[in-house]
Design a protein around this ligand. Sequence first.
Ligand code: GAP
Length: 437
Amino acid sequence: MTLDQKKLDMETIVSLCKRRGFIFQSSEIYGGLASTWDYGPLGSELKRNVKDAWWKAVVHNRDDVVGLDAAILMHPETWRASGHAENFTDLLVDDKKTKKRYRYDHLSEEEKAKVGTEYTEPRAFNLMLQTSLGAMEDSSSKVYLRPETAQGIFVNFKNVIDATSRKLPFGIAQIGKSFRNEITAGNFTFRMREFEQMEIEYFTNPEEAEEFYKQWIETRFNWYTDLGIRKENLRLREHAKDELAHYARGCTDVEYQFPFGWSELEGIADRTDYDLKQHAQFSGKDLQYHDQVNNKKFYPYVIEPSGGVDRATLAFLVDAYHEEDVEGSKRVVLKFDKKLAPIKVAVLPLLKKNAGIVELAKKIKTDLQSNLTCTYNDTAAIGKLYRRQDEVGTVYCVTVDVDSLEDKQVTVRDRDTMKQERIPLDNLKSYLVEKLS
Ligand code: GAP
């Protein structure tokens, strides 16, 4: 029996994440810092696998996208040009009685009717975090922590073209930290003040932008399902005109059905030529594309698939979570896609007091770890060890027993089917590498 996804609550996920070392509250010993989270030993592996899968899909497996790793701190003019200094705001209201602050767009219609009486009039609040550079803390030293990675791509558009001689259409992809002074926090790692984005700016001829917009929506939806997210938990939602960011003429979100409701994982936006034009105007540099075949200069349009690493990681965690009834007892298992599973193989000795078994098990782990992420564990009886590995999504368990010393075979147990197979030691590595590739 598998637990109905809709009955899953976030508390179950949050507590598993803490207990097993996926995600911890940031600075917990000091009472925590709101909306910031730390990834533990398993969480950091999982998140790294999510980023690697994305990079492979959008950079290594394509001919038309190159990578970039731009700085978090950028010239302050960047944010005036991009419009963030002026427009990257949330409308906030205060409850006059409790003094609590709310996002205006999160109020119900009933609550909105109380604006002016029980709530203050909405005021714009800029979400960018500021810091200062150098020894002087004056207005000239003020810089922002980037609220999106995208601008690092736009300001490097010319550099990339000059360095790579790319022709349209082509994309620049980047993964990195972004920061937003989010007012309404909550829902675990869904809305954070420090988070990671994985963004592509795909530059096209203006006439082809609509076609690539459609293509990228499909490509990005399929990325999630190819990595195991169930189709019924994913949907596309097109933005209404009044929802669009200041730079976009169209946007479609890939949404996931979290336990707290359908919410955005990624947005695919048509940013037109807005950003390149703005940066050209503010920097005074020529950022037009030179079409040498037709001897034409113009600003390309940009299609932007922009996803959150933390939101994707959370969706993969939630979707992987299964509870099964196995002979009357509950088995919790994270059925991650094998590419994403933080640990691919656990090597377990059946008897930890048998020096020969322990030695062989450790040797097997050393041999496998150059190809696969492995762990060794001898801290409990085998049944318990299996359950612990299931709970963190380890794809295979390799058990070494007394017979292994004689017949040079080990037992390989599959996480999902729980089926066990005896595999000769000589073939073990190639067997596992093949199964996991
Ligand atoms: N460059 C476009 C852009 O930044 P966005 O919709 O504001 O667009 C893109 O952000 C993605 O970044 C979102 O779909 C989400 O996955 C992630 N994201 C945005 N704000 C976030 C936050 N406060 N915490 C976690 N992830 C966030």
